[in-house]
Design a protein around this ligand. Structure first.
Ligand SMILES: C[S@@+](CC[C@H](N)C(=O)[O-])C[C@H]1O[C@@H](n2cnc3c(N)ncnc32)[C@H](O)[C@@H]1O
Length: 196
């Protein structure tokens, strides 16, 4: 039997104690430790970034020479000088192009996406929405990620997962399916770590 959902588990308590906005920061930390994702000076795009814990960690890792842009439907409180946050639907690909072009960004070194749809409670609907969001993230990576750059996507495993994975492997390579310790026990989420 999976453990019941605990709203204030050890990860949430640790996040509060360490000044992070969400427990999900420990997922990115684990992925970074395993794959060496974040380096000083990088330009990083974070999709579905609110409330901003991944951006907080990213800001620390990329340092003053780095630059991060965080996008979400929800506004994000300011993070730091090297982070810009915008209220933006990531499925509007034309708007993403404009945002990056207006900032004279030619390509990004790393794309992070912890994006999740508002859950309906209906398993198949939630999984399909997660796939749809990830299709937009992949389109952004195809256009804006530098060759050799890494992309990290969160997705809910379900009926459409294998088909999505097949699509992904046509344009991105070295796709790894990763589970992380800080994911909730009941969650079907996995992270896909890949290269362009
Ligand atoms: C799990 S939260 C991200 C947590 C974040 N990584 C952090 O550490 O604070 C998922 C986010 O995806 C966002 N989201 C869902 N659909 C979106 C869309 N179409 N465009 C932009 N953001 C979206 C939600 O608003 C939510 O804030």
């Amino acid at each position: 039997m999976p453990k019941p959902y605990t709203p204030n588990d050890k990860w949430s308590q640790r996040a509060a104690a360490e000044g992070y906005r969400a427990r999900s920061v420990y997922k990115l930390m684990e992925l970074d430790e395993r794959f060496g994702l974040l380096k000083p000076g990088m330009t990083v795009l974070d999709l579905g970034a609110a409330p901003g814990s991944w951006l907080q960690y990213t800001s620390q890792q990329i340092g003053p020479e780095g630059r991060a842009i965080g996008l979400d439907l929800a506004p994000i409180e300011p993070i730091g000088k090297n982070v810009e946050t915008l209220t933006q639907d990531i499925t509007d690909l034309g708007a993403i192009d404009r945002i990056l072009q207006e900032r004279s960004i030619k390509q990004v070194d790393l794309i992070l996406s912890d994006i999740a749809p508002n859950t309906s409670g209906i398993k198949d609907v939630d999984q399909w929405r997660s796939v749809e969001l990830n299709q937009s993230a992949v389109a952004i990576a195809e256009k804006w990620l530098k060759p050799g750059g890494r992309c990290v996507l969160k997705i809910f495993r379900g009926a459409d997962f294998d088909e999505f994975l097949g699509q992904l492997k046509r344009t991105l390579r070295d796709v790894r399916i990763v589970t992380v310790k800080a994911s909730r026990n009941r969650s079907r989420e996995v992270y896909l770590v890949m290269k362009k």
